[in-house]
Design a protein around this ligand. Structure first.
Ligand code: SF4
Length: 344
């Protein structure tokens, strides 16, 4: 068995602190996930991330606050108009507060996310944010995962206490979705210009996405300076139009996580790397962040993802512990020992 010497050189450089380039990223994604080169790539990303993030893991919590036939019509999402099998529903503010309390009560969450459909009731969202901001303990960060929005709305959200926004110009945006990639990127620029933390992700990765296509999308995150980079695979949903294309393995997803970790080595804005959905392979390949989820989930066929695809805080913490992380980074830069948590 011979090792690719060019890949070895790039990985040695990365160990010395040099971020991989877009071209190197694409080349490293050409190796099958079972190749020796892919294993070494994951190992190098793991080592560099543990040093970069001081072996601190992060748990984020997302509450999906509504379900509707979404005009985004994303062909991979269980809520897309034209193929969704869900009836519309809205989580009451009392339930949102209850779920937020479940996530934040222990003080171990880094940030609480509120997720809506592409179109959403801005006034209601603002009201919810203000209520949460009044009640959330220990200054938990608030992040929105909503449709496109403009500068005025961004500033209103920020003034109400929102710290950041998850927003992605997805793989094949405009082809596999009914949304405009330019509008998606305009919102990302708005997020950055208004001083909100921008949570980004390479998603939703399927078997049809080639190395160059993945590298292009990954590097958008660097171009705009994402606060968090991440990778997420498309989850097989039988009723979704893209179901027949199948699903990549967690091992392949971990390979994408690894190139993201090495590509962002020089990106000073990037403070964490996430893997969606939570899994150990990604956490041993450069990711240090996972999401707990409740309520609506675009990758689920259940109305409430709790107890289904959505993981809770305890499972996420346990996963970080099993992956060897020693600390949790929680709100306001504080740390909690994971090792103590699992001592009797
Ligand atoms: S992924 Fe988001 S924008 Fe796309 S259909 Fe689903 S809820 Fe709508």
């Amino acid at each position: 068995m011979q090792f690719d010497t060019q890949a070895e050189g790039w990985l040695r450089d990365a160990l010395a602190g040099r971020p991989i380039t877009k071209e190197e990223c694409a080349c490293l994604l050409q190796f099958p996930e079972t190749a020796l080169e892919a294993s070494l790539l994951r190992a190098v990303a793991d080592a560099t991330s543990r040093e970069r993030f001081q072996n601190q893991g992060i748990v984020l919590g997302q509450v999906g606050v509504e379900i509707a036939a979404c005009p985004g019509k994303c062909k991979f999402c269980s809520f897309g108009e034209g193929h969704t099998q869900f009836s519309a529903s809205v989580m009451s503010e009392a339930d949102i507060l209850h779920n937020a309390t479940r996530f934040t009560a222990s003080g171990e969450l880094f940030a609480l996310f509120l997720m809506t459909m592409h179109t959403f009731d801005f006034a209601r969202l603002l009201h919810t944010v203000r209520t949460l901001r009044e009640r959330s303990p220990l200054g938990t960060q608030l992040v929105v995962n909503i449709g496109d929005f403009d500068r005025v709305q961004a500033l209103e959200l920020k003034a109400a206490g929102v710290n950041g926004a998850y927003h992605v110009c997805r793989l094949r945006e405009g082809t596999d979705t009914a949304l405009d990639p330019e509008r998606r990127q305009a919102t990302i620029r708005t997020i950055r210009e208004c001083g909100l933390d921008w949570y980004n992700c390479c998603e939703p990765i399927g078997p049809e996405h080639g190395p160059e296509e993945l590298a292009e999308q990954i590097f958008l995150g660097l171009e705009y300076g994402c606060f968090q980079h991440a990778a997420m695979r498309r989850v097989y949903i039988p009723s979704a139009p893209l179901a027949s294309r199948g699903q990549i393995s967690e091992l392949r997803l971990a390979q994408v996580v690894a190139v993201i970790a090495l590509a962002t080595l020089g990106c000073r804005e990037t403070r964490s790397i996430a893997v969606h959905e939570p899994n150990l392979l990604g956490l041993a390949a450069g990711a240090n962040t996972v999401y707990a989820e409740t309520g609506a989930n675009p990758r689920d066929t259940e109305q409430d993802t709790t107890g289904h695809r959505g993981r809770d805080m305890a499972v996420c913490k346990q996963m970080l512990y099993e992956a060897g992380f020693s600390q949790l980074l929680v709100s306001q830069g504080k740390q909690v020992s994971l090792l103590e948590t699992f001592k009797s």
